[in-house]
Design a protein around this ligand. Structure first.
Ligand SMILES: [Zn+2]
Ligand SMILES: [Zn+2]
Length: 717
C-alpha cells in the first residue's frame, strides 16, 4: 500500500517553504522516522513530520509526488517531545522547522545512506558487546544491566550544598543556584545527576557548559565519577570541536538511551534524549549560550522551556546570574508577582580563603600614558618574590588596536570593514578581527612614506612585552627570573595549545599570566594571589546597556580566580587582591565589586532597566539587513517598517528607525538594523510571525538586499 508522508527537509529559511513536503512511501512510517528523500537533483536527510492535510492538498493539486529513497531503519523515531521542542524553537526564533530540525542533527548523519548507518551501528555494537547478534542492534532503552553495587563516592557535602540538593529534590524548579566562585556548584551538579540516575534506571541528564575547551577538566571529572559505576560510554560529550564521527557517536548514544549523561555546549540543548529528566546549565549568564547565526536561540532559555515540556528539572548556576534569571528569581512582594525560578543560595567558599580584597587605582592621579601604576607594579614584584602567581586581564588581543602615522594621520583601516586592522607584532601582521583580512605591517606609512608609524593603544601582546621589561631584576624564591605567559585567542589557535598552557600555569611554571576573558573562566589556578584588570572603563559608559552587567560578571569571575588555596595563602599571611585600574574609582559598579555584592549591583541595574523599559521589563527583537550599500539596506528596512503598521500586535510595540550597526561594514557588506520592542512577549511574537511573509515578499522587490534575519531576544544591540 502506498501512503503519502509529510517529510521535513532543510529548506532555506527565506524560501517560504517552511513546512514539510509530501513524498510517497511503500510503508506507513511513524512520525519522527529519519528518511532519505530526493529534492531537485539532490538526496537529503528528512524527518517524517506531522501535517497530513497539507500533504493531501498537495496530492489533490495533481502534483506528481516522488517516493522516498530510503529509511534509516535501525534508528528509533525522534519522539514527540523533541518534535515539539523543534516546533517551538522555530516559531519563537522565527526560522523554518526544517532548518532548525535538520541543523539539530549531527552533520555526519545527514550524509549517511541507510546501509552505511546500519554497518556503522553493527560495528559499534560489536565493539561494545563483543558478539551481539544483529537483531539486538535495535536501540535499547539503555537500562544499565550490570550495575555494580558501589555508588560513586562524591565529595563530602557542606551544609549549604546538602540544603540546596534537598530543595532540588523537594521542589519543581526551575532553579537558579546563586553560588560564589568556589562554593562547590560543580559538586552539586554531580550529586544532583547521581541522585537522579540512581533513582531512575533509564533517566538521562544533560549538563551544559558555555565553552567546553575552557573546561577540559570537567569532562574528565564526570567520567571518573560515573564510568566506574555505570560503565564506559555512560557520559558523552557534545560540542563543535569534536570530529563529525565523534559527534555522530555521541548523538546516537544519547538518542538510543545508552548515554545517561550528555555534557555539551549550547548545541546539546537540541539533542534527542528520550529519557531526559534533568538539565544543568552551568554559568547560565554566559553570552555563548546564545547562538549567533541561523536560528539565534538562547540555549539557556530553551533549556527552561524543554524542562517544562519534558518534565525535566532545570538547574541553572552562576556566581553572577544574568539579570533576566535574577529577575525571574526575585521573591514575591506586594507589587511584584513571585518569580518563576526558585533561587538557591550558596554564599560560602569551600575550603578557600575569603574573597579577595578589591583595590582601585585612580588613573587620574597617574602620569599620562601609564600602563601599570607604580603601586600595582610594586605589589606584583612582591608577590613574585613570594612565589605567588598573578593574572593580568585585558580584554583586547593583539599588540595594538590600530597603527597610525603622526605625519599624515593615516590609520590601519581594514579595506573591507569599517574597523581597524589590529597590529600583531609577533608575526608582523595587521589583522582585521571582523573579516580576518591580513596584511604585512608596512615599513613606512602607505600614504606619505614616513617611517615613524606608531602603535596606538594596547593589547595583550604589548602587555606581555611591557611586563618583561618592568619586572626585570625581580626574582622568584628560587632565584630565577619570573616567567610571563599569555592566553588569548591568538596564543591558543593550534589544537591542544590551550591545554598545554593551562597545564604550565597549574604546574607553577608561569608566574604572570596575561590574557583576555579566557583566563577569567573556570580555571583553578591555585596559587594566584593577585588579579589585575586593565582598561575596563569603556564598559561603564557603553551604549550597549548590557555592558556593565558583562563587566561586573567578568571582574567577579576574575576575582574568583584568586585565593583558591586558603592554606597556602594563609601561610604567607597575605590577603588575595584584585586590582582595578580606572578613571572612575567611585563608580557604583566598583563599589559593589569591592563588597563582592552581586545582589545590590543586580537590584540597581534592574531598577535602571525598569525605569528605561529595557529587558527583562520589555522584549526585543532585531531585524537586520545586509546589502552592498547602506542605502539599500536601510531603504529595505524603512519599507518593511512602514508596511508593518497594520500588522497584528503592531499597536503594542515600538519600531525604531533603521540605523547602521556599530561596525556597519564587514567584508564589504553594509549592515543596518531595526529594533522592535514591546512590553508584551505575546504581542512581539504575534507581530514577528505576521511580519515574516511581508519580509519575504519585500525581499523579492528589493533585489539588491543580500540577506535579512530576525534576532529574537538579542544580546547585543
Ligand atoms: Zn603618513
Ligand atoms: Zn575587515
Amino acid at each position: 500500500m502506498t501512503v503519502i508522508l509529510s517529510v521535513l527537509v532543510p529548506t532555506p529559511a527565506h524560501s517560504g517553504v517552511g513546512g514539510p513536503l509530501s513524498y510517497l512511501s511503500e510503508e506507513a512510517l511513524p512520525k519522527g522516522t529519519l528518511v532519505r528523500v530526493p529534492l531537485g537533483h539532490r538526496e537529503l536527510l528528512g524527518i517524517v513530520w506531522d501535517g497530513e492535510t497539507e500533504a493531501h492538498a498537495q496530492a489533490k493539486t495533481g502534483l506528481i509526488l516522488r517516493p522516498i529513497s530510503g529509511v534509516l531503519h535501525p534508528l528509533l523515531a525522534l519522539n514527540p517531545a523533541w518534535k515539539s521542542l523543534i516546533r517551538f524553537t522555530a516559531r519563537y526564533y522565527q526560522r523554518s522547522e526544517g532548518e532548525v530540525a535538520l541543523a539539530a542533527l549531527p552533520p555526519y548523519l545527514r550524509e549517511l545512506r541507510p546501509e552505511q548507518l546500519t554497518r556503522r551501528l553493527k560495528r559499534k555494537a560489536l565493539a561494545v558487546h563483543g558478539k551481539t547478534a544483529a537483531a539486538d542492534l535495535a536501540p535499547s532503552p539503555g537500562i544499565a544491566k550490570h550495575l555494580p553495587p558501589a555508588l560513586p563516592k562524591g565529595l563530602a557535602l557542606t551544609t549549604e550544598q546538602e540544603a540546596v540538593l534537598q530543595e532540588i529534590d523537594l521542589q519543581k524548579g526551575p532553579f537558579l543556584l546563586f553560588g560564589s566562585t568556589g562554593s562547590g556548584k560543580t559538586e552539586v551538579y554531580m550529586q544532583a545527576v547521581q541522585r537522579l540516575l540512581q533513582a531512575q534506571p533509564t533517566a538521562q541528564a544533560l549538563v551544559m557548559v558555555p565553552e567546553i575547551n575552557l573546561t577540559p577538566q570537567l569532562e574528565q571529572r564526570f567520567r571518573e565519577r560515573f564510568e566506574p559505576w555505570l560503565g564506559a560510554g555512560c557520559v558523552v560529550a557534545m560540542h563543535s570541536a569534536m570530529t563529525p564521527a565523534q559527534r555522530l557517536n555521541s548523538w546516537l548514544a544519547a538518542h538510543n538511551g545508552q548515554a545517561r549523561m550528555v555534557l555539551g555546549t549550547r548545541m546539546a540543548v537540541l539533542a534527542s534524549m528520550p529519557h531526559l529528566r534533568l538539565i544543568v546549565v552551568d554559568e547560565e549568564h554566559d553570552p555563548s549560550y546564545k547562538q549567533q547565526e541561523g536560528a539565534r536561540y538562547s540555549a539557556r532559555d530553551l533549556a527552561v522551556y524543554r524542562g517544562q515540556l519534558e518534565g525535566a528539572k532545570v538547574l541553572m548556576g552562576s556566581a553572577t546570574p544574568s539579570l533576566e534569571s535574577w529577575h525571574h528569581s526575585r521573591a514575591a512582594s506586594q507589587e511584584k508577582p513571585a518569580g518563576r525560578y526558585v533561587r538557591l543560595h550558596m554564599p560560602s567558599r569551600m575550603g578557600l580563603s575569603a574573597l579577595p580584597l578589591v583595590r582601585r587605582v585612580d588613573m587620574n592621579r597617574q602620569p599620562r600614558r601609564t600602563v601599570f601604576a607604580g603601586v600595582l607594579l610594586d605589589a606584583m614584584r612582591e608577590r613574585i618574590g613570594l612565589g605567588q602567581q598573578i593574572l593580568v586581564l585585558l580584554n583586547r588581543r593583539g599588540y595594538a588596536p590600530v597603527l597610525h602615522c603622526p605625519s599624515c594621520h593615516w590609520k590601519s583601516q581594514c579595506p573591507h570593514c569599517s574597523a581597524f586592522q589590529v597590529f600583531h607584532k609577533l608575526d608582523r601582521t595587521l589583522r582585521c578581527h571582523h573579516c580576518s583580512h591580513t596584511s604585512a605591517v608596512p615599513r613606512a606609512c602607505p600614504e606619505c612614506g614616513d617611517t615613524d608609524v606608531r602603535a596606538m593603544g594596547r593589547g595583550t601582546e604589548q602587555l606581555e612585552e611591557l611586563l618583561a621589561t618592568q619586572l626585570e631584576g625581580v626574582r622568584r624564591p628560587d632565584g630565577a627570573a619570573p616567567r610571563i605567559a599569555r592566553i588569548d585567542a591568538d596564543s591558543t589557535r593550534t589544537k591542544g595549545a590551550l591545554e598545554n598552557q593551562l597545564a604550565q600555569v597549574h604546574a607553577g611554571e608561569v608566574d604572570v599570566l596575561v590574557g583576555t576573558q579566557m583566563i577569567a573562566k573556570g580555571h583553578d589556578f591555585r596559587r594566584v594571589s593577585l588579579v589585575a584588570a586593565l582598561d575596563t572603563d569603556g564598559a561603564l559608559f557603553s551604549s550597549d546597556f548590557r555592558a556593565p552587567e558583562r563587566l561586573f560578571s567578568l571582574l567577579m569571575q576574575a576575582a574568583g580566580r584568586a585565593g583558591r588555596d586558603a592554606q597556602w595563602s594563609e601561610q604567607f599571611g597575605h590577603a588575595c587582591e584584585m586590582w582595578v585600574q580606572t578613571h572612575y574609582p567611585q563608580h557604583p559598579l566598583f563599589e559593589a565589586l569591592k563588597r563582592h555584592d552581586y545582589p545590590s549591583f543586580a537590584e540597581k541595574q534592574l531598577q535602571e532597566r525598569e525605569q528605561a523599559g529595557m529587558p527583562p521589563f520589555s522584549f526585543q527583537a532585531l531585524l537586520r539587513a545586509e546589502a552592498r550599500t547602506q542605502d539599500v539596506a536601510q531603504s529595505f528596512l524603512k519599507a518593511v517598517s512602514l508596511a508593518a503598521a497594520e500588522l497584528p500586535g503592531a499597536d503594542r510595540l515600538s519600531l525604531y528607525p533603521p540605523v547602521p550597526l556599530g561596525i556597519q561594514r564587514v567584508a564589504q557588506v553594509e549592515r543596518a538594523q531595526v529594533l522592535v520592542e514591546s512590553a508584551s512577549r505575546t504581542a512581539l511574537q504575534q507581530f514577528l510571525t505576521a511580519w515574516q511573509p511581508l519580509l519575504r515578499s519585500a525581499r523579492t522587490q528589493h533585489r539588491a538586499v543580500l540577506r535579512w534575519a530576525i534576532d529574537v531576544d538579542p544580546l547585543v544591540i
